[in-house]
Ligand binder design. Structure first.
Ligand SMILES: [Zn+2]
Length: 415
């Protein structure tokens, strides 16, 4: 593999620091450097420093990228997506524009279940093809690590189809793909009025099979009224933990039913959403090992409310942001757009938004020792943006500033 040298970088935010969560004021330190250079050898970061100290002899025959006037960042880590799905819900978008709520639409047979119908019809090959195209586009927008959840199959056959498709994509696609089992995304029509019966299927068959086959090392649940109760969620996630899986929860999005409290009780990796978390919920998170994953795109697309990012950060809770890319509540995979919304609507600083989109998101996925910052020894997942400062990433919104993407040391070419 040919070495790569990036030199004369106008604005480098390396996010150098401990290989784990950054909290409170540490979220505002992105380790900026001006007129910087990076040397990449064998897919890893070999050296980072000032251009005046660059020693080209350490990387003979390197491909050189002149980054004058450019910003360089670690590749974004999107730690919460539903990027594998079939169909499109543009008609529901029009319904919502005319005043119907997300819950109204779900009750009328739309919502998650309409994507479930389309995903069940699609073959594994078709799901892989469409998801690979989305992953390509995500990389083109600077995302180099992507978590993708199952949860649009909701039957034994179709959940396994999704998990196997993700497992294959994980081996075949250049992006780092992290699959999460979300069999408890909604109660499928076959079990309408009998969520306990569906949970039995998940607990006795799907979850043990997925764990045994190594299809996912994490189990997630949509814990909301109308979906899965706290008690049902506890039952499923306790089983997941006993099988050695990590657990995460969709928590406190539409209502406050105690989902984030359950996450703390179970030692969840993260509680995601938190639009409706209250002061008591925040107090419980404080001092726990559970991170908050905020999804500003969903609030923006559904018309608010937003998670209390300011309180969470100020109280020392590690915060990550993600797209929640999905056909119902956020049909965008742009991490920079999420950063803009986080800054304008949730009062996060550009530095906090960047930390939340890189190293903290990597920590949620257990990958903070490999990606999420530009430091010697880490994988060379690096993006080059046509922007004078890392602050421009959130500031210049609705445009793709990414010009070059380096994944594991490979300089990608886009059509
Ligand atoms: Zn989600």
């Amino acid at each position: 593999m040919r070495p790569v040298i990036l030199h004369h970088i106008a604005s480098l935010a390396s996010l150098a620091g401990p290989a784990g969560y950054r909290r409170s004021a540490d979220m505002r330190d992105v380790s900026p450097l001006h007129d910087a250079s990076i040397v990449i050898v064998d897919g890893h970061i070999h050296w980072v420093g000032r251009s005046t100290e660059l020693d080209r002899a350490t990387a003979p025959d390197a491909e050189e990228l002149d980054c004058t006037g450019m910003t360089v960042l670690p590749g974004f880590v999107d730690c919460h997506t539903h990027a594998m799905f079939a169909g499109s819900r543009h008609d529901e978008f029009a319904m919502r524009a005319s005043g119907r709520s997300y819950q109204d639409i779900a009750e009328a047979g739309g919502g998650i279940l309409s994507t479930v119908r389309a995903t069940r019809t699609a073959s594994k090959r078709e799901l892989k093809r469409t998801t690979a195209r989305r992953l390509d586009a995500m990389m083109e927008h600077g995302t180099t690590t992507v978590e993708v959840k199952s949860g649009y199959g909701l039957s034994e056959t179709d959940e396994l189809k999704m998990l196997e498709a993700l497992h294959e994509l994980r081996q075949e696609h250049l992006a780092t793909v992290v699959p999460t089992f979300l069999g408890a995304h909604a109660v499928p029509p076959e079990f309408a009025g009998n969520p306990g019966g569906y949970l039995d299927l998940l607990i006795t068959r799907l979850l043990p099979y997925a764990a045994r086959k190594g299809l996912s090392d994490t189990c997630d649940v949509f814990c909301e009224s109308g979906y899965f109760s706290v008690e049902q969620t506890r039952r499923l996630l306790t089983t997941a933990r006993s099988l050695g899986l990590k657990v995460r929860l969709h928590a406190d999005q539409l209502n406050q039913i105690g989902a984030s409290a359950l996450g703390v009780e179970l030692g969840a990796i993260s509680v995601d959403h938190l639009e409706c978390i209250d002061a008591a919920g925040i107090a419980r998170l404080r001092g726990s090992s559970t991170a908050g994953v905020l999804l500003p795109g969903a609030s923006f697309f559904l018309g608010g409310p937003y998670a209390p990012a300011r309180d969470l950060i100020d109280q020392g809770i590690p915060v990550a942001i993600a797209t929640n890319f999905n056909p119902g509540s956020c049909m965008s995979f742009s991490m920079p757009l999420m950063m803009t919304i986080a800054c304008t609507q949730m009062r996060m600083s550009p530095e906090e938004a960047l930390t939340a989109s890189t190293i903290n998101a990597a920590a949620v996925l257990g990958l903070a020792d490999r990606v999420g910052s530009i430091e010697v020894g880490k994988a060379a997942d690096i993006i080059v943006l046509d922007a004078p400062s890392y602050r421009s990433v959130a500031y210049e919104f609705g445009v793709n500033l990414v010009r070059r993407v380096i994944k594991n040391g490979v300089l990608l070419e886009f059509p």
